[in-house]
Design a protein around this ligand. Structure first.
Ligand code: AP5
Ligand code: MG
Length: 228
């Protein structure tokens, strides 16, 4: 199963991608998480990316495409993966098509989480993240103990790019540079649109039952063409 999880900042890609990864045993490949790990470790990639990320801008395509090319060739991605936050520009989408052709493989489905701008602003302002395992929390999805990750006990943090100024830039960048990628996929691939405003558990159950209906690596059937 090779999936792209597509949506604006705060649409729930990380939340639902984590569930899909755990349920179907395929890795979630998130350039945002990989870049944040590199920043924490002080690598050259992390240093190159930090200014763009803190301003809410996209990191240059060449850096991201190299990062994804390497990640897709790691052994755990051989039988499937979920891309969370890639591609975000038309050149990235074209590079992914070329890369999949080189690997003799293809993307099965693009899942688009549709959420209003009003909800995005509210969610990003209330998000807390675990810097160790990347689990996200919010008033809608609180940790069991306040300020502490359920999975590993790490103290939760707020992301630098969840400051109001950076959030506004991220949403503008999404509308201008990333939304056109959805039209690209509608022309070339199978896209399923999901109402991402619904409660986390409802979306999770919906996606699990839809994805559970298909066999690994195969398209998932006409049911997925509906709008949830
Ligand atoms: P990235 O880390 O990918 O951030 P993003 O796309 O802006 O998305 P978020 O992680 O903010 O939101 P999400 O959709 O994962 O939502 P979440 O599940 O957390 O990218 C960060 C930066 O890295 C970019 O700005 C850029 O600089 C760089 N970058 C990354 N990829 C790049 C690329 N391809 N090219 C160039 N640069 C790139 O949910 C949000 C909140 O809402 C949480 O608190 C959650 O608990 C809550 N929530 C989730 N679902 C629901 C629900 N159904 N109801 C109520 N609350 C919910
Ligand atoms: Mg995320």
């Amino acid at each position: 199963m090779r999936l792209i999880l597509f949506g604006a900042p705060g649409s729930g890609k990380g939340t639902q991608g984590t569930f899909i990864s755990e349920t179907f045993g395929i890795p979630r490949l998130s350039p945002g998480d990989i870049l944040r790990d590199n920043r924490r470790r002080g690598t050259a990639l992390g240093k190159n990316a930090e200014g763009y990320m803190d301003r809410g801008e996209l990191v240059p395509d060449s850096l991201i495409i190299d990062l994804i090319r390497d990640r897709l060739q790691e052994p755990d991605a051989a039988n499937g993966f979920i891309l969370d936050g890639f591609p975000r520009t038309i050149p990235q989408a074209e590079a992914l098509d070329n890369l999949m052709a080189e690997l003799g493989s293809e993307i099965d489905w693009v899942i688009y989480l549709r959420v209003s701008e009003e909800s995005l602003l509210e969610r990003l302002g209330g998000r807390w993240t675990c810097p160790t395992c990347h689990q996200v929390y919010s008033p809608a999805v609180p940790p069991r103990a306040e300020g502490v990750c359920d999975n590993d006990g790490t103290s939760l943090v707020q992301r630098d790019d969840d400051r109001p100024e950076a959030v506004q830039v991220r949403i503008t960048v999404y509308n201008e540079e990333t939304a056109p990628v959805l039209d690209f996929y509608r022309q070339h691939h199978n896209v399923v649109e999901v109402n991402g405003e619904r409660p986390v558990e409802e979306i999770r159950e919906y996606l699990t039952s839809l994805l559970g209906g298909g066999s690994k690596g195969a398209p998932l059937g006409a049911a997925l063409r509906q709008t949830a």
